[in-house]
Every structure is written in C-alpha cells, then in structure tokens.
Design a binder for this molecule. Structure first.
Ligand SMILES: NC(=O)C1=CN([C@@H]2O[C@H](COP(=O)(O)OP(=O)(O)OC[C@H]3O[C@@H](n4cnc5c(N)ncnc54)[C@H](OP(=O)(O)O)[C@@H]3O)[C@@H](O)[C@H]2O)C=CC1
Ligand SMILES: N[C@@H](CC=O)C(=O)O
Length: 332
C-alpha cells in the first residue's frame, strides 16, 4: 500500500491533537484514501520538552529539514503568530505541498496571498480550523452556500471568552480562575491576550468576510472590544434580569459597505446566542435563499480543532486530482 507523507508544524494542543487523530483514525483514513497516512516529521521550537512521539518520526527545530523531505504531500501548520507560519507555508506551496492551517492570526493577515500562491502552484490550502474550532463554517459557506447571497453573519467565535463568561456566571469563578481553567483545557492561547481582548474573534470574522465577499472591512473601522472589563457583579445583575453577557462578532454585507463589530453584548433569553455556553461557538448566517441557518459546536480544544484539520486533509487528498482550484476567490 502506498503512503501519504505528512509533516506537522507545532506539537502543542493542536499539533498533538492532529498527531493522535491520525493514529487513532488510521483505519478510517485508509478506507477513505486507500493509503496509509504517515507522519514523517514534526517541527517544534523547544528541543528540551518531553514528548510522546514515535521514535521513527523526525523531530526538528529546523524547517529546512522538513521542506527537504522528498515527496512530502501535506503540511499541517499549528504554530503561533504571523511569522514564521506565513513564510513556511509559502515555501511549502512553492514546492507543490498542500497545506492545512489552524493559525488564524497568520491567515487573517495573509490568507489572501497564500491562496493566490496556492492557485498558481496548483496546490490546496485548508483553513477550516482557523475559525470556530470544530464547527464546519468554512466549508458550509464555501461549498453549500455558493448561490445564496450572504447578507449577515453573527456569532460567538472565541471559545475562551464564552467559557470564561459561563464559568463566572454558573460557578462564580473569578475571571483569573476561569481563564486559568481555559488555559489548562487547551482552549486559550498560550498568551491569552487576543482571546480576552476580542482580537482572536476579530481575526476569525475577517477570515469569514474574506471568504464571503473576497474582501475585509478596513480594520481600523471595526469596533473591537473583549471581555476583560466585565465584572462578576455585572454578570450577576444581568442574570437577575434574566440576561447574559455574550461576546458577539457580527458583520453585515451591504451593497456598498461592510459594517463589523466584535464586542460583549447583554442578551435576553430570546436571543439565539443566549444559550450558547462554555467552549461552544455558534455562527448564524443570513442568506438570500436559505434564510437564517445556525451552526453550533466546540469552538476550541485539542480534538475539535484536530477534527477540522483532518477533515480538510481528507478533502484535499480526495479532490487534489480533480479540484486543483478550490480557493475562496472563486466563490463569489
Ligand atoms: N488551541 C485551540 O483550541 C486552537 C488553536 N488554534 C491555533 O492553532 C495554533 C496552535 O495552537 P496551540 O496548539 O493551541 O498552541 P500551543 O502554544 O499549544 O502550541 C504551539 C506549538 O507550536 C510550536 N511553535 C511555536 N512557534 C514556533 C516556531 N516559531 N517554530 C517552531 N515551532 C513553533 C510550539 O513549540 P514548542 O512545543 O517547542 O514550544 C508548540 O509545539 C495557533 O495558531 C492557534 O491560534 C486554532 C484553533 C483552536
Ligand atoms: N483560543 C481560541 C482557540 C480557537 O480558535 C478560542 O478560545 O476560541
């Protein structure tokens, strides 16, 4: 049986999740792809950390070791920040290697460029995991809402914020304790600044905007606020009124303007996002034919994110022979 050779960039929460998922679902992958999926190399930053990785897999801090591997089929990218992720993926694309990324900060800033280069080099790029963890919102928009005109997206796009707000209300945890718990569970970023300041949800909203209309609003015109300043007392007062704080990202696609915001909002029990709790994300999409549809599911975490990446991977391998150009520019 021939082999699909893959490499992982990053072996943190997400990288480890992809590693485990490939091993635990090898039989299903073989059934779907007719080949063994073999992890041949993993890029990390700190050689001194102890890791449970098979001895026959190359573990390196040098990306050159990975890009030089002969016949490498796919690179999964799960490292942090705009660089070196962008440069690594550009090099992979130039070499004809398909890429799957979870890195929303990098993709919100450079997704457009990466997709263009992928097009030129006839490789595919999967980015489902960049937005809303395990919720398949990217593929829903890309493949299932191609004719519909999307007019509005509203959602909870940061699992950590929603988890913290839920823990503060339900279990009366302090902000700091709830954040610590979100970090222990692998929901929050190692540096959680972007989670609690609204920037993480903003990046995801920008990725959705690019996907829907191949354009993003002027970033400086988007209202961005996080949950940092919400107090236990405010949460309790809202609860007494039958209301909840929710961190909501929304964008309207009007004829001549894009209006976007990311901020905490107090919602009543009849609001569609009122009952979205814990690490769950939900995204409501309003579109010309279907009306309003809402997708909900785990917005962060090891296996939720690995799920999105593995599904992207399978889709890429299954369709790489026939669908060489699946980029979002072609949608609208
Ligand atoms: N956690 C989640 O639920 C989700 C995360 N994401 C995104 O996925 C990516 C990974 O997240 P997560 O796994 O949580 O992060 P972690 O901090 O847990 O892991 C990051 C991994 O990347 C490695 N790394 C970081 N920088 C470099 C570098 N410059 N060169 C080589 N390796 C590097 C680290 O190496 P080392 O181990 O040596 O420190 C570590 O293995 C991020 O972009 C994040 O925003 C997306 C969706 C959900
Ligand atoms: N830190 C992020 C992880 C997923 O994107 C979140 O909490 O949503």
């Amino acid at each position: 049986m021939s082999v699909i050779k893959v490499a992982l960039l990053g072996f943190g929460t997400v990288g480890e999740g992809v590693y485990s998922a490939i091993q635990s679902h090898q039989a299903q992958l073989r059934k779907l792809l007719g080949k063994e999926v073999r992890i041949v190399a993993i890029l990390i930053r700190d050689q001194t950390k102890e890791r449970m990785i098979d001895a026959n897999i190359l573990v390196t801090t040098n990306f050159e070791d990975i890009i030089e591997i002969p016949d490498l089929d796919v690179i999964f990218e799960a490292i942090v920040g705009e660089e070196p992720g962008r440069s690594y993926l550009l090099q992979a694309i130039e070499k004809g290697i398909h890429v799957v990324t979870a890195n929303k900060e990098m993709f919100a800033n450079h997704g457009h460029e990466l997709i263009q280069r992928a097009q030129e080099n006839e490789v595919n790029i999967g980015f489902e995991a960049t937005t809303a963890g395990g919720v398949p919102i990217i593929r829903t928009i890309k493949q299932l809402l191609q004719v519909n005109q999307i007019t509005k997206i509203q959602g909870i796009l940061n699992g950590t914020s929603n988890f913290i707000l839920t823990e503060m209300r339900e279990r009366k945890l302090s902000f700091a304790d709830a954040l610590q718990l979100a970090q222990n569970k692998g929901y929050a970023e190692a540096d959680p600044t972007n989670d609690i300041s609204g920037i993480d949800a903003f990046y995801k909203l920008m990725i959705l905007s690019q996907l829907v209309i191949n354009q993003q609003p002027n970033w400086s015109e988007v209202i961005i606020d996080g949950i940092k300043s919400i107090t236990q007392e405010q949460i309790e007062q809202a609860e007494k009124r039958g209301q909840r704080f929710k961190h909501i990202a929304e964008i309207s696609f009007n004829d001549h303007s894009l209006v976007a915001s990311v901020q905490p909002i107090i919602v009543d029990s009849n609001h569609p996002l009122y009952s979205i709790e814990g690490v769950e994300n939900a995204i409501a999409v309003e579109a010309s034919l279907v009306g309003k549809i809402t997708l909900q599911g785990p917005g962060a975490g090891k296996f939720a994110t690995a799920s999105a990446m593995i599904e992207d991977f399978v889709d890429i391998i299954q369709h790489s022979a026939t669908k060489k150009r699946r980029e979002y520019q072609s949608i609208k």
